[in-house]
Design a protein around this ligand. Structure first.
Ligand code: NAD
Ligand code: MG
Length: 395
């Protein structure tokens, strides 16, 4: 007999949040949506609350929260509505919560994700930015509070599944020689480098294989997403940068691989649908139905591989450099990238300005050690100011 796992979804109205609710709906005997949270998407949140009847709903935006509370009470719902960042932290830490799906996009997710770790929860981590900004601090916290961390990002979930179950971060003992992180190459894989300056946000958001939120779609187009994932893999699996190899695999069927010293390579395959890694982590250690179609290898027919082009996609190079430098550099990279993606989406700068802004911010701030969450948040705020100033001065 399984007990019901009570789940808080941070970012329930997003792409990962909706896929998580889809998996929950398939298993009412296993999971219950305990708390749903969002920024300000009132319509979606209202529909989710009416369908899933969570104990709590949190909207960061107070006006949206007020509107939601009003609509829910007139519908006879018992969901309690809260607002603000402290409420996000609270619903990630309440004693009734078994697992927290960390699926807020960007640096905004770090505080509630930290709260979940500090409360010893099962943390299902989609918000890779938390590990990029504060990898060492976050991993220490997971250990200190006996929390459990399972990766949702499809590549990291694939690596997790391809590593031995007793893996403790020691490559030599486990006989692991390297991690092979696959990347689709994004919508501009075949676009000539000299035409990248003219690409539009609509073209950049049109990912060939995955249907995702706007920010991660742009990150995939610049390949910063793969850069952030290299940093994420470093912290999750204790892998040094030279042991993480990025391979372009346009079909997105192999989600990543682990190479062993005896020459074996273990891979995880599946259709590109986030419900597979979500169901894997939510049901762990059981295997449960995710709603994803069985992989049809005859339809796939070909699996192709290419070298990544670091000249065409400088964001990937910048991420490797930030990881090797360490300290505050990955947090600066992440913050500058968020400002850059936002400016590109608002048509305030071109696609090729994205790495320029990030490189400038990394140089302007310079390397410094960081040891607390507070340091990380200060670094994040500082980098945002420097990146925004660059935009005003150079465009
Ligand atoms: P999304 O934009 O679709 O959804 C983001 C969610 O976060 C929404 O519910 C939104 O209301 C909430 N949110 C945004 N800003 C907030 C704020 N300031 N405070 C509180 N909540 C806020 O994003 P997504 O594509 O679902 O991605 C979520 C996270 O998962 C990201 O870190 C992304 O890198 C990661 N991820 C996504 C995918 C994918 O397929 N979408 C795959 C791997 C990893
Ligand atoms: Mg990924």
């Amino acid at each position: 007999m399984t007990t019901i796992r009570q789940i808080t979804i941070l970012g329930s109205t997003g792409s990962i949040g909706e896929s998580t609710l889809d998996v929950i709906a398939r298993h009412p005997d296993r999971f219950r949506a305990f708390a749903l949270t969002a920024n300000n998407n009132f319509d979606k949140m209202l529909a989710q609350c009416l369908r899933f009847q969570p104990r709590y709903a949190v909207m960061l935006d107070p006006d949206s929260a007020e509107k939601l509370a009003h609509s829910l009470s007139s519908n006879g719902s018992h969901t309690e509505v809260l607002s603000g960042i402290e409420a996000l932290e609270r619903v990630a830490s309440l004693p009734e919560v078994d697992a927290v799906m960390a699926a807020i996009v960007g640096a905004a997710g770090i505080r509630p994700t930290f709260a979940a770790a500090r409360s010893g929860k099962l943390v299902l981590l989609a918000n890779k930015e938390t590990l990029v900004m504060a990898g060492r601090i976050f991993m220490d916290l997971i250990k200190q509070y006996h929390a459990t961390l399972l990766p949702i990002d499809s590549e990291h979930n694939a690596i997790y599944q391809s590593l031995p179950s007793h893996f403790d971060g020691d490559f030599a003992t486990a006989g692991v020689s390297r991690i092979i992180l696959t990347a689709s190459g994004g919508p501009f894989r075949c676009t000539p480098i000299d035409t990248l300056k003219q690409v539009t946000p609509e073209q950049a958001c049109a990912h060939p294989n995955w249907d995702m939120g706007q920010k991660i779609s742009i990150d995939s187009a610049t390949m910063m997403n793969k850069g952030l994932e290299v940093i994420e893999a470093h912290w999750l699996f204790n892998a040094s940068p030279d042991k993480i190899q990025v391979v372009i695999h346009p079909q997105s069927v192999i989600h990543s691989m682990v190479a062993y010293t005896d020459g074996s390579v273990i891979a995880q395959l599946g259709n590109p649908d986030m419900r597979t890694p979500i169901a894997h982590a939510m049901g762990y250690p059981d295997r449960i139905d995710s709603g994803v179609d069985a992989l049809d290898l005859f339809k796939v027919a070909h699996l192709d591989f290419e070298q990544p082009d670091f000249d065409k996609f400088p964001c990937l190079r910048l991420a490797y450099q930030a990881l090797s430098a360490g300290d505050n550099m990955p947090a600066v990279l992440n913050a500058a990238n968020e400002i850059a993606v936002d400016a590109f989406l608002k048509r305030r700068m071109t696609f090729t300005d994205i790495p320029r802004m990030i490189e400038h911010t990394l140089h302007a701030i310079g390397q410094e050690t960081i040891s607390t969450l507070d340091d990380v948040l200060k670094t994040d705020a500082h980098a945002r100011v420097i990146a925004s100033e660059w935009l005003l001065q150079s465009i």
